[in-house]
Design a binder for this molecule. Structure first.
Ligand code: AVI
Length: 327
């Protein structure tokens, strides 16, 4: 085994251990819970791709509307200071939305380096190749790994001011308290004057929200159930997938949109030799997709050490990209 294979093996082993511990902890507690960050194995990535293409799932189209049709406003917001900068994108994926901004910056000869961060090395190499073809003048420094580890690396490499993008409404997949800690941790790594642009899904007609997460074709249900299949595949577990059903809730007052799996009968599941008991109708808390008011966003920015420079909404005012400056 060469060193790189060995390192990859160690990384995979450490990941599996953490995954197992998180699953056993989460299902050993009351209420039972699993972390939605584990949704994204290969099958989960495919299902999420299908979700983004569903007519009911408006988030992607709304943020795409902002980046495609209000590119100049976004650029004006992040170019509040002169000089070169590093544009760091957390969870860049295929940069579907940010490529409109990159194209605009390149066309207008704005000096910057694009630093996409993603957990998937594969997606980063596809993105880097794509950008090399489409925007050969663009300087790209891809960083593969966990958000904060890679952000620390980006900050240590960076000689210029920083603009960080955190798009897609991913901040909604954290509980409010956790989201605040996340923003505060980001702030700690930035200098006064640096910029953070965060995509927030806004509170809206509750029917529209609920429809986006309980689609009639059952793709969101499959996305949730796939985590049980992943646990079966990777952690030597025996979930009977047909013994669970997806259930979605939305509380328009708090803005919390939550998904659960419901155990359809009393059952026992073995995971890596450990026995987990489920009562009939017992829930597993799977994911929060928080929706925000302007006040929520204002409070989060102020409490984590930022001031809001501007908010750019899609044409329906369903989604906002909020531009913050570190104070
Ligand atoms: C990735 N994230 C912003 C999605 C969301 O809307 O919370 C994940 C998702 N879960 C169900 N559908 C989409």
């Amino acid at each position: 085994m060469d060193t790189s294979t060995n390192t990859a093996f160690q990384t995979q082993k450490a990941f599996s251990e953490t995954f197992l511990n998180d699953v056993l902890d989460g299902l050993g507690g009351s209420p039972k819970r699993l972390f939605s960050k584990y949704f994204y194995d290969q099958a989960g990535d495919r299902l999420f791709q299908q979700i983004m293409e569903m007519p009911e799932y408006y988030l992607t189209d709304c943020e795409l509307d902002v980046f495609k049709n209000k590119t100049r406003d976004i650029a004006a917001g992040i170019l509040c200071q002169d000089g070169p900068f590093d544009l760091i994108e957390m969870g860049a994926g295929d940069a579907m939305k940010s490529s409109f901004l990159l194209e605009y910056l390149v066309k207008n000869n704005v000096d910057h380096t694009y630093i996409p961060i993603d957990i998937s090395g594969n997606i980063l190499s596809v993105l880097t190749d794509k950008l090399k073809d489409a925007l050969p003048q663009l300087k790209v420094v891809p960083l593969e790994g966990e958000y904060f580890e890679m952000l620390d690396r980006a900050v240590s490499l960076s000689g210029s001011r920083k603009v960080v993008l955190f798009l897609g409404g991913n901040i909604g997949n954290m509980e409010m308290e956790e989201a605040f800690h996340f923003c505060a941790a980001l702030r700690k790594r930035l200098d006064k004057g640096d910029i953070l642009l965060v995509g927030f899904d806004l509170k809206k007609n509750p029917h529209a929200v609920l429809k986006a997460y309980s689609d009639p074709a059952g793709i969101t249900a499959a996305f949730n159930l796939n985590l049980l299949s992943r646990i079966n595949r990777e952690l030597d577990a025996g979930f009977d997938i047909a013994g669970f059903e997806h259930y979605q809730t939305y509380d328009p007052v708090s803005g919390a949109c939550r998904s659960y799996l419901v155990s359809l009968c009393e059952q026992t599941v073995t995971i890596c030799g450990k026995i987990i008991n489920f009562e009939q109708s017992e829930l597993i808390d799977m994911e929060i997709s928080q929706k925000f008011s302007q006040q929520d966003i204002g409070r989060m920015a102020a409490d984590s050490g930022f001031r809001i420079l501007g908010e750019i909404n899609d044409s329906k005012n369903w989604f906002t990209d909020s531009i913050w400056q570190a104070v």
